[in-house]
Design a protein. Structure first.
Length: 147
């Protein structure tokens, strides 16, 4: 699966950003359409598997993602179970310090759904998901004053 990607600069350190990314129970507070996110296995601060309930009209689904953490440099995930609409999902956040207080966050995503979609529409949907997630992440991190 080809990945769609985009990036954003956040005024915070990679560690502060990764703390927000790993705080799954707080996702409904800032991630559009996310009803719940519960750690299934692994430590709460860097879980191995998380169960999500998504309600982003018209898409409603429940699924589990398996996570692989690389310190405060990156985290990647893949679909681990469930998903009535999702057939596959692979993604990653890659964090690159720019200077003492800013970090470039790149979000890469590839999604395959059970309903047929033209490649162009699928990439456009991935782009909307990525851009919405990056803006939400930036707002959340910077509102916490986590530098």
């Amino acid at each position: 699966m080809a990945r769609t990607s985009s990036d954003i600069v956040i005024d915070a350190t990679p560690g502060a950003i990764m703390t927000v990314i790993a705080d799954f129970p707080a996702y409904p507070e800032w991630a559009t359409g996310m009803k719940s996110a519960e750690v299934v296995t692994g430590p709460a601060d860097r879980p191995e598997q998380v169960h999500f309930v998504l309600d982003a009209t018209p898409i409603r689904d429940e699924y589990d993602l398996a996570y692989t953490w690389d310190g405060d440099t990156s985290v990647s995930w893949q679909l681990a179970g469930g998903g009535a609409m999702l057939k596959a999902m692979d993604g990653a956040y890659v964090l690159e310090p720019i200077d003492a207080g800013s970090t470039r966050v790149t979000y890469q995503l590839s999604v395959d759904v059970s309903v047929p979609l033209l490649g162009m529409l699928k990439r456009k949907a991935e782009k909307v998901i990525i851009d919405t997630a990056l803006k939400g992440l930036k707002k959340r991190v910077e509102s916490l004053g986590a530098a």
